[in-house]
Ligand binder design. Structure first.
Ligand code: UDP
Ligand code: MG
Length: 322
């Protein structure tokens, strides 16, 4: 499709139980849209797509009310809670009519005004623009430490991530179409987008603290996302198991020699402790290895089903259902 000047911008925003902040976010983003439309940075056809990820509070009612007041606000509602990454994918799949798309969180932690700098980078020829947090001082110490550990682990596993970039990013039509060709179930968009390629750059912004509602990423979901990220992109943990197995086998050959030496010296009862330790140690290593292998086999199992990622239950102001 030839590029329209000014472009049609879509802002995709996954929302899960965000009733306490959504009205503020929607008015802030609508205000931003009016400003960029007024100075003709983007065209009149630009819009915001709110993806309700199966919220159980008033999020969907708030989206429909906003959509009635302002036709630039569109909404889709997923049939159940599918998680942030899938909600984002659902939104990205539902904007076939835009030239450029920006994904943003609903909690105003990402600064909508940074989209101007993203658009400028896009006009300069970049197909992918990553929003990168200037500093993480608004995150708790625990979140900062665990995030640091996560990036290090990912790098060890051979996955290239943009440091301090979450899911606030701009994609042009070509990069978006390419991304949508990846139909894998275990979604980790932060790892996929760099894989897709295209000329990319970063835009720095100050990430604010959540002003209402609470994070939907408690520790267990952060761990799940990290495991998802590592096992979806790398088989390094499997290779590490093989390496550890090789090293332990070499060590046990030494242990066998030692046991034989002890036996020939006549003190065969000695060594009971080391046998017990070896049994426990090996048991532990084997259980861990099986667990990691199981994780990958589970992924293969889920991928082979080719199940749909999400279902759209209702929609407002979209072309197909309104
Ligand atoms: N979110 C979602 N589905 C979920 C969890 C979160 O759509 O199952 C949305 C949430 O409404 C927000 C974004 O994903 O817009 C990021 O979530 P959150 O702010 O809780 O994550 P954090 O900033 O704490 O990492
Ligand atoms: Mg947040």
């Amino acid at each position: 499709m030839p590029r329209r000047i000014p472009p049609c911008l879509a802002i995709v925003m996954p929302c899960y139980n965000e009733e306490s902040i959504l009205p503020r976010t929607v008015s802030r983003i609508a205000g931003f849209l009016s400003a960029v439309m007024a100075d003709e940075s983007v065209g009149e056809c630009s819009f915001v797509l709110c993806v309700d990820d199966g919220s159980v509070d008033a999020t969907w009612e708030l989206i429909t009310q906003a959509a009635k007041r302002d036709s630039r606000i569109r909404g889709i509602r997923l049939s159940r809670n599918c998680g942030h990454q899938t909600a984002l994918l659902a939104g990205l799949s539902a904007v076939p009519d835009c030239d450029v798309v920006v994904s943003i969180d609903a909690d105003l932690q990402d600064d909508p005004s940074a989209i101007r700098a993203m658009l400028a980078a896009w006009r300069a020829g970049f197909g992918v623009v990553y929003g990168v947090r200037d500093c993480r001082m608004t995150d708790t110490l625990f979140k900062r430490k665990t995030a640091g550990l996560f990036y290090r682990l990912m790098r060890l596993a051979g996955v290239e991530l943009i440091l301090d970039h979450a899911d606030f990013r701009l994609l042009d039509r070509a990069a978006l179409d390419a991304l949508l060709e990846y139909r894998e179930r275990n979604l980790f968009l932060r790892g996929l987008v760099p894989l897709v390629g295209f000329r990319s750059t970063i835009v720095r912004y100050a990430r604010l603290a959540r002003s209402a509602g609470e994070s939907k990423y408690p520790l267990h979901r952060m761990i799940a996302l990290a495991v998802e990220g590592i096992t979806s992109f790398s088989i390094t943990p499997l290779r590490m198991i093989a390496l550890a197995g090789l090293m332990i086998s070499c060590l046990s050959a030494v242990a066998v020699l030692y046991a034989l030496a002890v036996k020939t010296s006549g003190y065969s009862i000695r060594g009971w402790t080391s046998v017990i330790i070896a049994i426990f140690f090996m048991g532990g290593v084997q259980m861990l290895s099986l667990g990691i292998i199981g994780e990958y086999i589970g992924k293969i199992y889920l991928e082979t089903k080719r199940r749909p990622h999400f279902h759209i239950a209702s929609a407002v102001n979209t072309a197909d259902r309104s």
